[in-house]
Design a protein around this ligand. Structure first.
Ligand SMILES: [Zn+2]
Length: 389
């Protein structure tokens, strides 16, 4: 079972808690559409990991069989926790300085906000590009079990750094990453670009010359911003850009594009570009909230049950479609026909995952949701699930 399945309720409670706290102290740090679009990318990544995790683990486990050192368990944990963050640092730095790496990481930076939901904004292709960076740990004697556990601890640590509302004590930031350090990492201020890559230990940035303290107010986002709430396009955006740059290049340059800096061949956005703030209108929020809740339950059940490939594929397709529908709602593009297909796919996924009883409940859910959508379409304007701009 994926240990992150147990953390899903914690993520939900923490994100809601941060939103309520922000409202109470009068801070504008989150908006509904942006946060749901972020969660959609995280759900998409985890859903496809249901299929990818086992093949991705194979080379690591095979290399561990040929480990060069046998570590006592306590030392394996120490090497695992520190080593995972060092490997993360190396991958993360590479991902910011090469087109190919950036294509597999920029989803995490595609928000102009900074809040706990942004931490779950993740590229579906990141597990593929980051795997080679973790392989040395296998030779160093860290088992797959310790790697997964250390990786989960690292992920949970990084989760709580994504906030503007709190910072740890100053002494903590001598060794460990703080929210302030990571805000710098998410900013496009020239002084902050390509800084603070550490996930857990800021020591690596201090040692390798990539540390920057937070001195001016961060402006979040990316230099060339993907203006989309569609999770598929969010993941494909930079690959498409790379192909475009390669087509415009000639000779060897064409093949070197993936290894060059992401600024190579790229136009930065103009300083006058307004913030990306499409809004589906208030009426859609209740509907999307219910569907998001159902999607999290499906993902959690699938992560806990370790499904067969056919069920995992059904779950991944259904959850991917959910994110696409929400993106279309937020960007006010047609979505109802796709939602009908998505609700049917969702029922099939539940059936494959947990049997006919679960599939039947999901069919009832589909019928109730379909009626809600139809009612919303009939009511139009401010009620139901649609509202005119
Ligand atoms: Zn980054």
């Amino acid at each position: 079972m994926d240990p992150i399945a147990l953390a899903l309720p914690v993520f939900v409670v923490a994100i809601l808690g941060e939103a309520l706290w922000a409202r109470r102290v009068g801070r504008d740090v989150i908006d509904f559409d942006d946060a749901v679009a972020a969660l959609a990318t995280g759900i998409l990544q985890r859903a496809w990991l249901l299929l990818l995790a086992a093949p991705l683990a194979l080379p690591y486990a095979a290399l561990w069989e040929h480990r060069l050192i046998e570590l006592p368990l306590w030392l394996e944990w120490v090497v695992g926790i520190v080593g995972v963050d060092l490997c993360f640092y190396a991958w993360h730095r590479w991902s910011h300085v090469s087109h190919l790496g950036w294509a597999t990481h920029l989803v995490h930076h595609q928000s102009e906000r900074y809040n706990l939901a942004v931490s779950l904004r993740q590229s579906a292709t990141e597990p593929l590009s980051s795997l080679p960076f973790y392989l040395p740990l296998a030779l160093g004697g860290v088992s797959l079990e310790v790697l997964v556990a250390a990786g989960s601890i690292n992920l949970l640590y990084q989760f709580v750094q994504h906030t503007e509302l709190a910072d740890g004590p100053a002494w903590w930031g001598t060794v460990f990453v703080t929210p302030s350090h990571h805000r710098v990492h998410h900013a496009v201020n020239p002084a902050y670009l390509d800084k603070n890559f550490g996930g857990m230990f800021i020591l690596f940035d201090r040692a390798f010359g990539t540390f920057a303290p937070e001195e001016e107010r961060p402006k979040y986002g990316t230099v060339a911003f993907a203006q989309t709430y569609d999770p598929i396009w969010a993941n494909a955006f930079w690959f498409a850009k790379m192909a475009e740059i390669a087509r415009a290049s000639s000779g060897w340059n064409r093949w070197l594009v993936p290894w060059r800096s992401p600024s190579w061949g790229t136009q930065a956005d103009s300083a006058e570009r307004p913030p990306f703030r499409p809004n589906g209108g208030r009426g859609h929020e209740a509907y999307v909230t219910f569907q998001l809740g159902a999607a999290v339950v499906l993902l959690g059940a699938a992560m806990a049950l370790v499904p067969a490939p056919i069920a995992a594929t059904g779950v991944a397709v259904s959850l991917t479609m959910a994110g696409v529908v929400w993106g279309r709602i937020f960007e006010r593009r047609p979505w109802r026909a796709l939602e009908g297909i998505r609700l049917a796919t969702n029922a099939a996924a539940w059936w494959l995952l947990a049997g006919p009883a679960a599939g039947s409940v999901a069919l009832l859910w589909a019928a109730a949701s379909g009626a809600w959508v139809a009612q919303g379409a009939k009511l139009g304007s401010s009620q139901g699930v649609t509202r005119s701009p």
